[in-house]
Design a protein around this ligand. Structure first.
Ligand code: UDP
Length: 244
């Protein structure tokens, strides 16, 4: 019984924001070194952590719904553009992971038969059972949602026990206030769902938190920019903030 291990998961969904793939690179949406590091960690998960892993990737490094509404596009169109952005990231991630010899499948919530499988729940589960990493693209397939919500939805659908939410801004969990603004902000080791909801502790989309609460999905918020943290998160090690 390792005291540093806080839970036992056999299947998890990792949520990577688009910006997590951008690293410090301000010129390109995807940073080669960051992509490579994240892909190599994901490729090691099966061996090191022994859990089945699905990944939901965001698109904020390329396009967000709010980018379009700010220039007068309608919300639905702009959200469709955002979902396409997540697919660009999913393909980059797939390619990078497979360079490490780890088989993957991309399943898209919006049909793009030439480049990704359609999202089919039972097929996704089968891929996981066979040891493949499944990357879910295009969020939920519906506008007005975020990829945080998509990650919690997919986690519930495929019977995962946890959603691992990787942050990338050097903030390794949920704090009592924004640690970059308020140096006295305290990091929480664990929280209950209701604490996150009632205190509006920002780390994640509230729709996703509520969904996880209703469906008993544990949430681990952790800093994905620290090398080795993806594997630690999959092992439920004592990093970040665990919400349950
Ligand atoms: N999006 C959407 N429905 C979804 C998921 C995403 O419409 O189910 C759109 C939305 O416009 C969002 C964009 O895709 O702004 C990129 O996703 P998100 O903001 O979650 O990416 P992240 O911030 O994680 O990179």
């Amino acid at each position: 019984n390792d005291p540093k291990v806080r839970s036992r998961w056999s299947r998890v969904v990792l949520k990577l924001s688009g910006e997590a793939l951008g690293g410090d690179n301000v010129d390109d949406p995807v940073d080669a070194k960051t992509l490579e590091r994240i892909a190599s960690e994901i490729a090691q998960v099966k061996e090191e952590a022994g859990v089945e892993l699905a990944v939901v990737v965001g698109g904020g490094n390329i396009w967000r719904g709010t980018n379009g509404t700010a220039i007068g596009l309608d919300r639905v169109t702009s959200d469709h553009m955002g979902m396409l952005a997540t697919t660009i990231n999913a393909l980059a991630l797939q390619n990078a992971i497979e360079r490490h010899g780890q088989p993957t499948r991309v399943q898209s919530a919006i049909q793009m038969a030439e480049l990704a499988e359609p999202y089919i729940r039972r097929r996704a589960i089968r891929h996981l059972e066979k040891g493949r990493v499944v990357i879910f693209a295009a969020g939920t397939g519906s506008p007005y949602f975020t990829t945080d919500t998509a990650a919690s939805l997919r986690a519930a659908e495929i019977g995962a026990q946890a959603m691992l939410k990787g942050t990338h801004s050097g903030v390794d969990g949920i704090y009592s206030a924004d640690p970059k603004v308020d140096p006295s902000a305290k990091k929480y080791e664990t929280l209950e769902y209701m604490d996150v909801i009632t205190e509006s502790l920002s780390a994640m989309d509230m729709t996703a938190v509520t969904f996880c609460k209703d469906n008993n999905l544990e949430i681990l918020v952790f800093d994905v920019s620290i090398s080795g943290n993806i594997i630690r998160a999959c092992q439920a090690r004592n990093i970040g903030t665990l919400v349950r």
